[in-house]
Design a binder for this molecule. Structure first.
Ligand SMILES: NC(=O)c1ccc[n+]([C@@H]2O[C@H](COP(=O)([O-])OP(=O)(O)OC[C@H]3O[C@@H](n4cnc5c(N)ncnc54)[C@H](OP(=O)(O)O)[C@@H]3O)[C@@H](O)[C@H]2O)c1
Length: 284
């Protein structure tokens, strides 16, 4: 009979020498506990936009940790390439895909190429976003259009082009990254708030359209998260913002990534059309 020494590097210290059959039972028990409380992903493929930096990078990394093959989209080739390379170096599966999500024709072409290769993309995370802040009377039409196109119209294109294969496969997860200002509005962000509020309405409609085909669509609405997007806020604005955050700190990209990954997992299969704020309690 073969024995395995559980003393060295084993979670069950002091167990001594165990027959392999008993060891297998113990491992099976551990695995079933993991399956009960962890997140399950059955060999899925995900596309994450804005995966070159910040929140998108964290989401791509979190999904890859769970064995998901992640297609990392960003505008700049160097950024998505660096993220995909880091995932692969850590033993995950990733691909870099530089695409301007504001360019509908480029999104359509990319989606067609991906569907030809993968058959279906199981998980879509629309995360790419920009701000062009300013009070309304000073907001140019360019600033309005750039924010609406990048944050909202891009989701229309990706969802339209990747959604059909999900519905045909009878399995899919779509998570759209909005913002708490899509719920509350914010002076100086009429364009951004409109885009994020639009994303919420869009997601609820898609949730209703796709539900019969076992495809869910949810929204994650972050508050203040430490990324390049908030790095430029001055000390005064940061101090003022903290007054409205019960948890008294800005969030980390990982805080948003954990919620997003859960919504993409098997375990979230009965959740659709919902908005989840990840904001330290700002909006409640
Ligand atoms: N940070 C916050 O406090 C906060 C709060 C609420 C909501 N959000 C939302 O969370 C999402 C991620 O924000 P973040 O803070 O991580 O932003 P970030 O650090 O500025 O990163 C934005 C990412 O989006 C990509 N991107 C922007 N425009 C694109 C385009 N036209 N085509 C392709 N990719 C594009 C960027 O690509 P490159 O890397 O190539 O530049 C980058 O990878 C956004 O939708 C944002 O509105 C953020």
């Amino acid at each position: 009979m073969a024995f395995i020494d559980l003393q060295a590097g084993s979670p069950k210290r002091g167990a001594g020498l165990l027959p392999t059959g008993l060891l297998k039972n113990r491992l099976a028990h551990c695995i079933s506990i993991h399956a009960t409380y962890g997140m399950t992903f059955n060999n899925r493929t995900a596309l994450v936009t804005g995966a070159g930096r910040g929140i998108g990078k964290a989401i791509a990394g979190e999904l890859a940790k769970h064995g998901v093959t992640v297609i990392c989209v960003s505008k700049t080739a160097a950024n998505c390439s660096a993220v995909a390379a880091a995932i692969e170096a850590a033993g995950g599966k990733a691909r870099a895909l530089p695409v301007d999500v504001a360019d509908g024709a480029a999104v359509a072409k990319t989606a067609a190429d991906l569907l030809a290769e993968f058959g279906a993309i199981d998980i879509l995370v629309n995360n790419a976003g920009i701000t062009r802040d300013g009070l309304l009377f000073r907001m140019s039409e360019d600033d309005w259009n750039a924010v609406l196109t990048t944050n909202l119209t891009s989701c229309y294109h990706w969802t339209k082009h990747l959604g059909r294969a999900m519905t045909q496969k009878r399995w899919g997860r779509i998570v759209n990254i909005a913002s708490v200002v899509g719920l509350t509005g914010n002076a100086g962000q009429a364009n951004y708030s409109a885009a994020k509020a639009g994303l919420i309405g869009f997601s609820k409609s898609i949730a209703k359209e796709f539900a019969r085909r076992n495809v869910t669509c949810n929204v994650v609405a972050p508050g203040f998260i430490k990324t390049d997007m908030t790095a430029g806020l001055g000390e005064e604005v940061t101090k003022a913002a903290l007054q409205f955050i019960p948890l008294q700190r800005f969030g980390e990209p990982a805080d948003v990534a954990h919620m997003t990954a859960f919504l993409c997992s098997e375990e979230a299969g009965y959740i659709t059309g919902q908005v989840f704020t990840v904001d330290g309690g700002m909006v409640m």
